[in-house]
Design a protein around this ligand. Sequence first.
Ligand code: AKB
Length: 313
Amino acid sequence: MQKSILILGACGQIGTELTYALREKYGDNTIIASDIREGNESLMDSGPFELLDATDYNALEEVVAYYEISEVYLMAAMLSATAEKFPMRAWNLNMNSLFNVLNLAKEKKIDKVFWPSSIAVFGSNTPSENTPQNTIMEPSTVYGISKQSGERWCNYYFNKYGVDVRSIRYPGLISWKTMPGGGTTDYAIEIYHKALTSKTYTCFLEKDTKLPMMFMDDAIRATLLLMESDSEDIKIRSSYNLAAMSFSPEEIADSIQSRIPDFNITYDPDFRQEIADSWPNSIDDSQARIDWGWKSEFDLEKTTAEMLDNLAK
Ligand code: AKB
């Protein structure tokens, strides 16, 4: 039987590209994009779209029944920087949407769930180089606390109710199709836009703040790979570490300068510095490599080429 997939938060940075990728793979009409707001025209026009609040269980249940949905990708979330400004709104959105989807799966109304976690689950007591899959997790941000709690709930629903939930701890994601919103790693996208428009960028992080990052194509490929893997190969039902590259603002500026020599960066750290300081420098993703064959393809140089070439079009 042809499966129907629902994407919640389809107009966001990851949701948009996931919708395109899933539509290409499974056919436009089987992928139902949804969001609380409308998105860009090509996304809205390329297949079914529903205005949907992921925290509204009844509305969600109705859409799932109407389209005979078997899989849900829950991409709606409030990210780290915005969540610090609106702690209760962030908690309500990030947790209630997850419970809604996990409960639909518990009630056997859907078969499979993807839910994104983040490197934000780690905190300043976590080993920051090659952060292991299993380690100290004492997140200091609202977003990180919601992601860590979410991981525990995913694991609980798998163990207790057999819910087929799969998850990745995304690093900062770099993409050119849709702007991110409200994250701490957003500088790594803004910098490319500014390099092309004004040849200068003021970074809200210090020059040597190294963070784990990934080009969007790698992130989408990893997500589809995980979701298509046999259930018995998925050994971790909280969330998998995933890695591709790590760099600092100074290093990304260097890589841009190799193509735009007169690009200039200055530094004016704000409250996001503290968030970034609490996150790891690099991630050990060997478990994902062993369990479902993950391997990244984009390093910083390749990412810079893709970003500048596509944004310049
Ligand atoms: C953020 O910066 O909040 C996100 C994340 C690392 O999860 N990009």
